[in-house]
Design a binder for this molecule. Structure first.
Ligand SMILES: [Zn+2]
Length: 112
């Protein structure tokens, strides 16, 4: 027996449209930290205030990693993180929708 074709068309088109709207999407977490700089006699560092910096933490092949984020990119990355959560939530919904659509198509094509 041939494996059934995956339910397609509507579900697929809908998903691709949603992906389009959810770009850019990323997973990870953004944190603000305070780092000392390398300037000698820096007043901020001498006060102990240091300098704000943003760090993106993420998992790369099971290893925790992080990268500095330029301040001007922070709003865009925050939106990308929200989009990533929305996309993940959508993927969880797709399992049951995939099954429901398959059953509907199967039942519709079964002769009485
Ligand atoms: Zn400094």
């Amino acid at each position: 027996m041939m494996p059934p074709k995956p339910p397609d068309s509507n579900l697929r088109r809908q998903f691709l449209r949603q992906c389009e709207k959810l770009w850019p999407a990323i997973k990870g977490s953004l944190a603000e930290v305070r780092k000392p700089c390398i300037r000698p006699n820096c007043a901020a560092c001498a006060r102990g205030d240091k300098h704000p910096a943003f760090i993106l933490s993420f998992t790369d092949q099971g290893r925790r990693r992080c990268m500095y984020v330029p301040a001007e990119l922070v709003p865009q990355l925050q939106q990308a993180l929200r989009n990533g959560k929305a996309l993940e939530a959508r993927l969880y919904q797709l399992g049951p929708e995939f099954l429901r659509q398959y059953r509907q198509q199967r039942d519709a094509s079964t002769p009485d």
